[in-house]
Design a protein around this ligand. Structure first.
Ligand SMILES: *[C@@H]1O[C@H](CO)[C@@H](O)[C@H](O)[C@H]1NC(C)=O
Ligand SMILES: *[C@@H]1O[C@H](CO)[C@@H](O)[C@H](O)[C@H]1NC(C)=O
Ligand SMILES: *[C@@H]1O[C@H](CO)[C@@H](O)[C@H](O)[C@H]1NC(C)=O
Length: 976
């Protein structure tokens, strides 16, 4: 072993001291200078570049590699370091640089032209950043082997010069915002290319034949463009290909049989094109296939038998085609199949029985085909299955017992078949189930009480079968249930009182059974209930008064044996159809004058106690006066639930003196006089939003007050379409009701229910006497919960889900009881699987409420609504505005909050002191935690709105103020 020379410590220190005297006076080497300038232009929140300081050699800088021999910088690797800022042109000084990789940061700005001076560059990887403008011509960098500029915001012309970079092995330009262009013919020069990623790059035209000369290619991804023409049989030249991604294009023609020469192929996705014809039999010989996806094309004929012999297939999706005939018998027998979707085809014959042979199947989707016969017994052993949908086939026989007990099944959908037999009591073992969908079959027998064990169940659809017996009282254990449909069966007995425990129910339908007894008043405990249909049963007794307070959007009690007074608010909401055909239901006389009804007038005999209470007497006097005033006025009531642009009644209204006709679409039973609607006065302006001005208007006819929104010209049609499409359809007590919509000659008006207490933003600023805020914590909590329910309804109960995209306190309106209603759906969007490129630019939302991810990805998701909702929660908790000077330049409430969460005392300082009495501080802190969760930077870490509702319920100040066991001493450490 060689011995190191040992210097006495003292002289070593001396030497260092002397050296340090000299260092400052020596100019820094240019490479160090260049790198420091490079650092200067970057923001480095995690301090990864802290080791980059003035020094002789940059070789110790983190992320930098030097050449051993020359000491020159050859590599900069700073992947995924949360860097933002821009790339400094100073980098061009680094003549020896071979690798520059800054992938997965937030770097913006342009790619500096000077980069072409780094003539030794072999790897340039800037994928997944936020860079903009045109990519400079880099074709002089002749040594480039890896050029990955994908997933940025580069624009300008598609860089056709890449055809000169003949040394390239990997080329990624996909997911940028280039002008529409074509794949350059010269791409065929890149003979060494193994990886080509041009997805989502606005490419159209045909795939150039030269591309098939890239014989080294392993991955070819041209997905999400507008490429047209046929798939050339020359594709068979790509002998090394193992991944072929052509989905979402405009390709047409048939799949050439020659594709089967690509024996190394593991993944094929040609979904969402316009291909047709039969799948060549030879495709069945591609034995290495792992992923095979052809959904949304026009393929027809039989599936090649060879698919039954595959041994590696994991995912198979061919839904929405025209395949027919029997399904390959052995499909799945030798493959670790995980998901199969063959829905919306014409497959017939018996259902394939080996799909779960390897016990890996999680997703089995075969809806809308023509399979017949019984469900294969083998599926009872498929414990891995999560989603199991075979609705709309012609299957019969009973369901094997074990299928009811699948432990991981979240959704079972057997609807629209001809199944018979019972729901096995083993259903109680299927504890993951959230949706059980069995309508339109011939199932029979009792509803097993074990259904009550499915505590995750959200939807139970059993309508139109032959179920009999009573509704089990265990249904009350289903605390997550939101939809319960048992209509058109032979159920009897009374409705269990326990239904009132199903606190999340939104939608209940028991119509057309033989239910008897009275309507349980416990329905009124379900505060989220929105729609109740008990029609055509044998229910007797009176209508519980408590239903009146529930703010239902729809009720139907017709065809029963009910008697007594119909609560007037129910009548006003649903019209008299909902009460016809009963034993003896009646309406108060004074009310008859307002509503055109065939129901009889209540007399002393049939009206129930308490009918003529003071409130009603007062009301009836007012009404009588109004009636006199209004006598003689025409009475038009619109009743269409759908948009009817040429409503004959509506046009009659506007057909006066050749005036242009009104087009009216009406969604609720409110009388609308078109000319009256536009007679609002400027002094009644109550608000002015992004999409138009809103006026208050007292209707002459019935004394109702409505809000009329006059849409700004230009936006009008887009906003109209969005609001009508969404609000016209949905009904929820926390979503603003749209009564009608009127159009004439480019002017458009939306008529909404009027909200006495205005919007939440203003209400939070208002004070009552003594300087107290108008909203105390109890009211704020109620608003938080109601608004959360409204948004949760949009996200989880609408199909497809609706993303509001502009949740903020000014879009949450308050009625007379401070019940919140979500409003302004002008920019809302129906959630869609694929967003088109054109949507990239349509960024919606309001400063202070926009989720951080929307700054760099156009993908709007439910989670961005959750963020905005979290900001509203913060407003409720702090009484502050989303943006205030105090937070600091460019900072918002979310940032400000984040700086105060280190301990409980600091967190307490955040609460609005005007409402945060000692007794409720803990509840407020609970809500603060929820708000912090909702505004988490990473969308995936935010809770869903359904979870938010659940968590909020735990922070109920009403319940905890009564509970002795509160956790006020617990120190809040889990904040950070
Ligand atoms: C670029 O870098 C990212 C992140 O390290 C990596 O995933 C990707 O494969 C690289 N691109 C190429 C073409 O090597
Ligand atoms: C790129 O190739 C084209 C045609 O092959 C040629 O005209 C052009 O000069 C080349 N550009 C560079 C920078 O080499
Ligand atoms: C392509 O790769 C081969 C083998 O690695 C290499 O010899 C050749 O120089 C490369 N071609 C170009 C144009 O760089």
């Amino acid at each position: 072993m060689e011995k190191c020379p040992v210097y006495p410590l003292r002289s070593l220190l001396m030497l260092l001291f002397i050296l340090s005297l000299f260092v400052p006076s020596m100019p820094l080497p240019t490479e160090t200078q260049a790198l420091l300038r490079f650092k200067e232009n970057l923001k480095d929140p995690t301090g990864f570049l802290n080791s980059w300081i003035d020094s002789e050699s940059p070789c110790g800088f983190s992320g930098i590699t030097c050449d051993r021999a020359s000491g020159k910088v050859v590599e900069i690797s700073l992947e995924n370091k949360s860097l933002s800022g821009e790339i400094s042109p100073s980098i061009s000084v680094l003549q020896w640089l071979t690798t520059l990789s800054l992938a997965s940061n937030h770097i913006s700005g342009e790619l500096p032209n000077q980069l072409i001076n780094c003539s030794n560059l072999r790897v340039l990887n800037l994928t997944d950043n936020e860079m903009v403008k045109r990519i400079p011509d880099l074709s002089q960098l002749k040594k480039l082997e890896v050029l990955d500029l994908s997933i940025n915001f580069f624009s300008g012309q598609f860089p056709i010069w890449v055809g000169n970079l003949t040394g390239l092995v990997s080329l990624g330009l996909g997911q940028n915002e280039f002008e529409v262009g074509e794949i350059p013919e010269s791409i065929g020069n890149l003979k060494n290319l193994t990886w080509l990623y041009l997805a989502n790059a606005q490419l159209r035209g045909e795939i150039p034949e030269s591309l098939f000369e890239l014989k080294a290619l392993k991955t070819l991804d041209l997905s999400r463009n507008e490429l047209s023409g046929k798939i050339s049989k020359s594709i068979s030249k790509l002998q090394n290909l193992n991944k072929l991604e052509l989905f979402v294009n405009k390709l047409t023609g048939e799949i050439p049989p020659e594709i089967s020469n690509l024996t190394l192929l593991q993944e094929i996705d040609i979904s969402a094109n316009s291909l047709y014809g039969q799948l060549p039999e030879e495709v069945g010989n591609l034995r290495n296939l792992v992923v095979f996806q052809l959904y949304e094309n026009n393929f027809s004929g039989k599936l090649p038998e060879g698919f039954g012999n595959m041994q590696n297939l994991i995912a198979f999706s061919i839904y929405r085609n025209n395949f027919s005939g029997e399904f390959p018998v052995n499909f799945g027998r030798f493959s670790p199949l995980n998901s199969i979707d063959i829905s919306e085809n014409q497959f017939s014959g018996i259902f394939p029985q080996f799909l779960c042979e390897k016990r890996k199947l999680e997703f089995l989707l075969a809806l809308e085909n023509r399979f017949s016969g019984e469900l294969p017994f083998a599926l009872a052993e498929c414990k891995s299955l999560q989603r199991f949908r075979i609705n709309n086939n012609q299957m019969s026989g009973s369901i094997p017992d074990g299928v009811w007990a699948l432990p991981n099944a979240k959704m079972i959908d057997f609807s629209d078949n001809e199944f018979i037999g019972i729901i096995s009591p083993n259903i109680g073992l299927s504890t993951s189930l959230s949706q059980l969908v069995l309508p339109n079959n011939k199932f029979s027998g009792n509803l097993p009480s074990e259904l009550g064990k499915l505590t995750n169940l959200e939807r139970l659809y059993l309508s139109n079968n032959k179920f009999d017996g009573e509704i089990p009282s265990e249904i009350g254990f289903l605390r997550q249930l939101s939809s319960l449909h048992l209509e058109v069966n032979s159920l009897n007995g009374s409705i269990p009182l326990e239904i009132g425990n199903c606190e999340r129910l939104v939608d209940v339908n028991f119509a057309q059974n033989s239910l008897s007894g009275s309507i349980p008043s416990s329905f009124s405990l379900i505060s989220s209930l929105n729609s109740l249909n008990l029609s055509s049963n044998k229910l007797s007794g009176i209508i519980p008064e408590s239903l009146e307070k529930m703010k239902l959007s729809s009720i139907d009690l017709s065809g029963n044996q009910l008697f007594g007074r119909v609560p007037s608010s129910l009548l006003a909401m649903s019209g008299d159809k909902a009460f016809l055909d009963n034993k003896e239901l009646c309406v108060d006389e004074n009310y008859r004058e307002r509503i055109n009804t065939t129901l009889v007038t209540c007399t002393g005999k049939n009206s129930q106690k308490g009918v003529l209470n003071d409130e009603l007497l007062f009301f009836s006097i007012i009404v009588s006066i109004l009636v006199c005033v209004l006598a003689g006025l025409a009475f038009v009531s619109y009743n269409c639930s759908k948009i009817s642009q040429t409503d004959p009644e509506a046009s009659r209204e506007g057909d006066r003196q050749g005036a242009p006709k009104w087009k009216i679409a009406s969604f609720h039973q409110v009388e609308i006089d078109a000319d009256e609607i536009c007679s609002f006065e400027e002094e009644n302006l109550i608000g002015s939003g992004g999409t138009g001005k809103v006026y208050r208007l007292d209707l002459k006819k019935n004394g109702n007050t409505v809000a009329v929104k006059q849409l700004r010209k230009g936006d009008a049609m887009k906003v109209l379409a969005a609001e009508m499409e969404i609000l016209g359809k949905i009904r929820h007590r926390n979503i603003l009701k749209l009564y009608a919509c009127l159009m004439r000659e480019g002017s458009s008006y939306l008529v909404f229910e009027y909200m006495t207490n205005g919007n939440l933003y203003e209400a939070l600023q208002r004070q009552i006497k003594g300087g107290q805020p108008e909203l105390n914590w109890y009211q704020r909590y109620k608003i938080a919960l109601g608004a959360a329910r409204g948004v949760a309804y949009l996200h989880h109960d609408c199909s497809p889900p609706i993303i509001h995209r502009d949740i903020k306190s000014t879009n949450i309106l308050l009625d007379g009881d401070y019940e919140p209603k979500i409003a302004d759906f002008g920019v809302a969007k129906v959630a869609d699987q694929f967003q088109s490129a054109s949507e990239h630019s349509s960024l919606a939302g309001t400063h202070g409420y926009i989720a951080p991810e929307l700054a760099y990805t156009p993908k709007v998701s439910e989670k961005s609504d959750v963020y905005s909702y979290g900001v509203v929660l913060l407003e409720l908790i702090t009484g502050r505005r989303p943006i205030e000077d105090e937070y600091g330049e460019g900072k918002d409430i979310v940032y400000w909050i984040s700086t105060h969460l280190d301990d409980r005392d600091n967190a307490l300082k955040l609460l609005d002191i005007r409402v945060a009495s000692e007794a409720i501080q803990n509840d407020m802190i609970k809500v603060l935690k929820i708000a912090v969760l909702c505004t988490t930077k990473l969308p995936s870490l935010r809770p869903s709105m359904r979870e938010v509702v659940k968590m909020l319920s735990d922070a109920d100040p009403y319940s905890s103020s009564m509970s002795l066991n509160n956790s006020s001493n617990k120190n809040i450490k889990d904040f950070v």
